[in-house]
Design a protein. Structure first.
Length: 287
């Protein structure tokens, strides 16, 4: 079965109609119809022949096709049953050569079994709604997994959080999480006209490269919980946000002294190194 012209909204629409399918807003479905943008994203992913790639949210396979033609072995994660049916038909020849496989269902539930069965890929790509982007990155890092190289396409506001620095409005627990594990930079911004249906937001492709000097901490899961606590109320001081997280004001004060952080500081002013030191101090004091 031949796939539609991925640059043509008319052909994409006809494909959906002929197969009794429709776009579902709950899945944040929009197709990237700019062929040059797809090439730029694939270039950033730096795919070489024979590399294993996980792709989350392939839709009808525009990026899948780009990656396969570059020689990648693609495992696609798709939650929409109708799209999955078409993907299997479009890429049947690649599947017959063991170059394409499809994992149906929610990627947050399927990625771990897939990793256990196949091992981790060389590359990770996803066109992701914000909640999925934060969850999949958080899940993998919490599980001790960092991909060598990732490109994710998200809403621009989410991309801004991913690269935000301390002291800026966009700096958040998600910023820290991404930059703790990866070197993060913007690839390109994509106005709504690059997609069909045209969204009302600007998107951003973001590159994440596994840090060679990954800063360690005593309890990674505890560190991730600490991030959520620190940014729970941005107007509150670090001390006040920590009180519900660490039982006893004395322990909070001791941890802050040990990490050399002023009680009146706010989370958005702290560097990743300061937060890691605070996490280790809390771990030591609460054993």
């Amino acid at each position: 079965m031949t796939h539609p012209d991925y640059n043509s909204p008319t052909e994409l629409k006809q494909c959906l109609e002929q197969n009794g399918l429709a776009m579902q807003k709950k899945f944040g479905q929009n197709f990237l119809i700019n062929g040059q943008a797809r090439k730029t994203i694939a270039d950033a992913l730096a795919v070489a022949d024979g590399m294993r790639v996980w792709e989350v949210g392939p839709g009808l396979g525009a990026m899948t096709d780009e990656l396969l033609r570059r020689g990648a072995n693609v495992t696609a994660f798709e939650i929409d049953y109708g799209f999955a049916r078409l993907l299997n038909a479009f890429f049947a020849d690649y599947a017959a050569r063991a170059q394409f496989s499809l994992v149906e269902g929610d990627v947050l539930k399927t990625w771990k079994p897939c990793a256990d069965a196949q091992g981790l890929p060389d590359r990770f790509f996803g066109n992701l709604p914000y909640n999925i982007a934060a969850a999949i990155i958080g899940d993998t890092i919490t599980a001790g997994v960092r991909f060598e190289r990732c490109v994710v396409t998200v809403q621009k506001e989410v991309g801004q959080r991913m690269v935000a620095k301390p002291g800026t409005e966009d700096y958040s627990s998600f910023s820290v999480l991404c930059q703790w594990a990866y070197d993060v930079k913007t690839v390109l911004d994509l106005a709504g006209g690059n997609f069909w249906p045209k969204p009302n937001v600007v998107s951003r492709a973001v590159l994440l490269v596994k840090k060679a000097d990954f800063p360690r901490c005593k309890n990674p899961r505890g560190f991730i919980r600490l991030l959520r606590a620190l940014f729970a109320a941005r107007r509150k001081t670090v001390r006040n946000n920590l009180l519900p997280f660490v039982s006893g004001g004395g322990r909070v004060d001791a941890a802050l002294r040990q990490a050399d952080i002023a009680p009146t500081a706010r989370a958005e002013s702290l560097t990743i190194e300061q937060m890691l030191a605070l996490s280790d101090a809390i771990e030591q004091l609460t054993r």
